[in-house]
Design a protein around this ligand. Structure first.
Ligand SMILES: Nc1nc2c(c(=O)[nH]1)N[C@H]1C(S)=C(S)[C@@H](COP(=O)(O)OP(=O)(O)OC[C@H]3O[C@@H](n4cnc5c(N)ncnc54)[C@H](O)[C@@H]3O)O[C@H]1N2
Ligand code: MOO
Ligand SMILES: [Mg+2]
Length: 401
């Protein structure tokens, strides 16, 4: 099978994938969830003309020429409005957030006044509307405040709450089952025996899944035998997405593909023109989408960022783009690229008033986790890209996981 271009692989993974069901959560549980329905304002905000400052509510005409002498007839507090009306040459003491009383059409800040008993001297003129927030300036009842498909961040949750919404309809989190494979693997915290290493990938993958709104479900480690692989794969039937790690290449003990096929996998593709991540496979087990990721830690994580995360966006109904490539300027020359789209680890340096400068790390080995942790971006080198010179513009993908 020929290597599939990255875009085509992504298109096939997303083909026919649609948003999961919805659930209602309260505001405290809404952070980082994806909105499933538009949020509407049940209230108008501000609900009344409100003072933006601590000072005095006046009739602007009374303070058009200053100094102006006024009589203080009462007080309007936040939550305690003044019941009467401000007549000519009268004023009401007012505080930030309090309702502007009838008759008044401006607020003079306290620093521009002098008070003696019930007498107020205003030293600065105020125009009509000064320091007043009009009813509905922010939003009005019935307005659409938030559109379905957006991530609920702090600003969105604040707005939903202000609009009088105590509960929000969000997408169910996709459950992503993660199965590590390999006779050499031991769980973190255990001492590896001869020839063994620690299984690190599931934990990074779980963090990535959580970061993008999914629910990771760790299935442990399968031995490199068809029997154990099939037995462990069988436990994942309830997951929305099944991800395997390792055993995806052509070695004698790379048995993930035959084990999945024995369970009925409809293979869509195997091997993508991507570096790292080449031996990735994708297919379907009934309704479940299956991604067989390579075992090298960077191959696993980078392939997950490139292919699993966009699939999760789709299941979550997210409307923003899952891959946010930007431009940067190369700090050094680069060799021509081979036939696979190369996602190189790089560091980014801000440059005032210009595109940031990017430097590829010395290590581009797909097993060097220390290099991935030190990188800020992945430099995207298209297949067969010619050699590049310092100052050339390249595309970079921020490392956001
Ligand atoms: N003859 C060829 N050999 C290889 C090819 C090829 O095209 N022809 N491709 C190479 C590429 S590219 C990759 S990527 C790897 C992918 O290998 P597998 O997916 O079969 O993964 P394994 O062989 O099981 O493991 C590879 C490597 O990763 C380590 N590993 C596995 N699981 C974990 C884990 N959970 N945590 C940490 N590290 C893990 C494993 O010990 C190996 O060192 O194949 C190349 N070979
Ligand atoms: O695809 Mo492998 O991921 O080049 O190391
Ligand atoms: Mg292998």
């Amino acid at each position: 099978m020929a290597l599939l271009p990255v875009d085509e692989a992504l298109r096939r993974i997303l083909d026919g994938a649609s948003a999961l069901g919805t659930e209602r959560v309260d505001l405290l549980a809404a952070a980082d969830r994806v909105l499933a329905e538009d949020v509407t304002a049940n209230l108008t905000q501000p609900p009344f003309d409100a003072s933006a400052m601590d000072g005095y509510a006046v009739r602007a005409a009374d303070v058009a020429s200053v100094p102006a002498a006024l009589e203080v007839i009462g007080e309007s507090n936040a939550g305690g409005p003044f019941a009467g009306e401000v007549g000519p040459s009268q004023t009401v003491r007012i505080f930030t957030g309090a309702s502007v009383p009838q008759g008044a059409d401006a607020v003079v800040i306290q620093e521009d006044t002098e008070r003696a008993g019930d007498s107020l001297t205003v030293r600065e003129a105020a125009k009509p509307g000064a320091n007043i927030r009009r009813a509905g300036d922010d939003f009005r009842i019935g307005d659409t405040l938030l559109r379905a498909g957006r991530l609920l961040d702090a600003s969105a949750i604040t707005l939903a709450a202000a609009g009088g919404n105590a509960g929000i309809s969000v997408r169910r989190a996709p459950v992503v089952a993660i199965l590590a494979t390999g006779d050499e693997l031991v769980e973190p915290g255990r001492t590896p025996g001869p020839g063994q290493i620690v299984s690190s990938n599931p934990y990074g993958l779980a963090a990535l899944v959580r970061r993008f709104g999914g629910e990771p479900w760790l299935l442990g480690i399968a031995a490199d035998t068809l029997e154990d692989l099939q037995a462990k794969l069988a436990t994942a039937a309830d997951a929305d997405i099944l991800v395997t790690i390792g055993g995806a290449s052509v070695g004698d003990r790379d048995l993930v593909k035959p084990a999945l096929e024995a369970r009925g996998l409809a293979l869509d593709f195997w091997k993508v023109a991507v570096r790292p991540g080449k031996p990735m496979l994708f297919g379907r087990l009934a309704a479940q989408r299956v991604l067989g990721l390579p075992g090298n830690p960077l191959s696993c994580l980078i392939a997950a960022r490139l292919f699993l995360v966009p699939l999760m966006f789709r299941l979550l109904g997210r409307t923003d783009a899952p891959l946010d490539e930007r431009a940067a300027v190369l700090a050094h020359p680069m060799e021509a690229n081979g036939p696979r789209q190369h996602y190189m680890r790089g560091t980014l340096e801000r440059v005032a008033g210009a595109l940031p400068r990017v430097t590829a790390l010395a290590s581009q080995d797909s097993s060097h986790m220390s290099a991935l942790a030190a990188a800020d971006v992945l430099i995207v080198r298209p297949p067969d890209a010619p050699a590049a010179a310092p100052g050339d513009t390249v595309r970079v993908l921020p490392l956001d996981f």
